[in-house]
Design a protein. Structure first.
Length: 428
RNA sequence: GGAGGGGUGCCGGAGUCUGGCUGAACGGAACGGUCUUGAAAACCGUCGAGGGUACUGCCCUCCGUGGGUUCGAAUCCCACCCCCUCCGCCA
């Protein structure tokens, strides 16, 4: 959410942002008119309320003195009619403004490449070389099924399409990745470890920007109006909603594991095989709250912290700077990390690193004070996948496969897998 | 799921029966000052947020949330949410 004052003073910047992000359905001029009308209305309303307050006190005094106050009461009844009328008008304008404000996207950082869609994203780094296979490599969905560690058929029986069962060494690998990532970020990178609720309320979904625009992408629990979290970003960024932090609390760094649930209403038909696009997947997520002046430094830190995971797993990847049209509603700047997936013959998104500046903080009312008497300011919030676990599992299966259909276990994961170095060991 | 109790400012806690002078007593914490070689103690003072504006001022709103009654509500009425205790159930 943007600050109404900012919009009032810089409507052209806001219009430019809406345009560059392809969110063409918001009329800034109309909003400005509503804002002006709201302020006029409010001023009038408040002066009438002041009159009523003052008169009511006078009435109290008269009554106490045993005097008659019927004339004043009668007059206030008339004033109240006018107040009610103005209140209705003010509320109407207010709710129009709230609705409109909630649909205005964040303003892209000046460094962000301008563009329409994913073709305009800019590659800013690349690490590792895609492996050249001396045999015909299998896709992870074939490999995993052959090894008996992935079971899609039974998952669709017990739930439905786009769910999967990990079993045996597959489940162990997934769990090892979660533990490895959590340890790395908690111990080496200084994040507090968190396991949040997987169901959140509507206010939380609004706070991080999933609502109102993207309600169709989430799973909702009918009886409570709760949502299954699409990412741990939602519960963790909302942890300090409506709270006042002090500057010494910042930066606040949390690494959270959660299962993630996405309906992906618009994605039917894409990536239908394997683990790439599931309704439920595991993710380790980094979240930071920072001082406004430090958020871009933290942003780069988080990018490199996510990269470390891929490097230690020896998985080739590249880094994209997302263009304005592809970066999302709430972000100011965003990188995507994509790792090499042999079955796709291409790079596949494994992490996205986002700086929201104060956009989420304003929605969720996340504030801090620099000094005891200083006025409250909004923190900056950031997050990064560190990483999406299911896709990492898929990439390990594919990139570490051997000609005999077994899969070597990356060095760093072996301690987390009871020393296992090969999945599907023919001797076992 | 059943039965009670409760949600007030940074914290604790009055006020709610008997609506007005209560944006809120009192205590604590914190901050500034006096005193002191320094500190403690004592004393004095400050001490919520958001918004409007004719803005070194004035005004409005907020006592869990949303409605209602009234000239006027923290206080009365209705609905909902959350927390605590006991019982039941349960990993």
């Amino acid at each position: 959410m943007l600050d109404m004052k900012f919009i009032r003073e810089h409507p052209e910047i806001v219009e430019e942002a809406i345009e560059s992000k392809g969110e063409g359905d918001v009329d800034v001029q109309e909003l400005l008119e509503a804002d002006a009308a709201w302020r006029a209305c409010t001023t009038e309303l408040e002066s009438l309320r002041a009159l009523r307050n003052e008169t009511s006190k006078a009435i109290g005094k008269r009554k106490k003195a045993g005097e008659d106050a019927d004339d004043m009461i009668l007059r206030m009844r008339e004033v109240n009619e006018e107040i009610a009328r103005l209140e209705g008008e003010t509320q109407g304008l207010q709710s129009f403004m709230d609705t409109t404000l909630a649909l205005i996207p964040n303003i892209p950082h000046p460094d962000v490449p301008r563009g329409i869609d994913e073709d305009d994203n800019v590659e800013v780094a690349r690490w590792g070389e895609p492996r050249v296979f001396e045999f015909e490599p299998l896709a992870h969905w074939d490999l995993g099924v052959n090894l008996g560690i992935l079971d899609f058929e039974r998952a669709s029986k017990i739930t439905g399409a786009r769910f999967s069962i990990l079993r045996g060494a597959g489940a162990l690998l997934e769990r090892a990745l979660i533990c490895y990532m959590m340890d790395l970020h908690a111990v080496d990178h200084g994040y507090e470890e968190v396991i949040p609720p997987y169901l959140v309320n509507r206010d939380s979904m609004f706070g991080t920007g999933q609502l109102p625009k993207f309600e169709d992408d989430a799973f909702r629990v009918d009886r409570q109006d709760y949502f299954l979290v699409p990412t741990a970003e939602v519960p963790v960024t909302n942890m300090y909603r409506n709270e006042m932090l002090s500057a010494t609390d910042l930066p606040l760094k949390m690494v959270a594991y959660s299962a993630c649930f996405r309906a992906e209403a618009g994605a039917a038909g894409r990536d239908t095989r394997g683990l790439i696009r599931q309704h439920q997947f595991n993710k380790v997520e980094l979240v930071q709250y920072t001082l406004p002046e430090n958020s871009y430094e933290a942003f780069e830190d988080m990018r490199s912290q996510a990269e470390v995971v891929l490097r230690r797993l020896q998985l080739p990847y590249r880094v994209l700077s997302m263009c304005t049209g592809d970066m999302g509603f709430a972000q100011s700047k965003k990188y995507d990390l994509e790792l090499w997936m042999p079955s796709y013959g291409d790079y596949v998104e494994i992490s996205s690193i986002s700086n929201f500046e104060d956009f989420q903080a304003r929605r969720a009312n996340l504030r801090f004070r620099r000094e005891r008497d200083a006025r409250p300011e909004f923190v900056h919030t950031l997050n990064a996948s560190g990483l999406a676990v299911g896709r990492t599992t898929a990439a390990i299966l594919e990139n570490y496969q051997n000609p005999d259909g077994t899969v070597s276990v990356p060095e760093v994961l072996r301690p987390y897998m009871r020393g296992m170095d090969l999945i599907g060991n023919p001797l076992a």
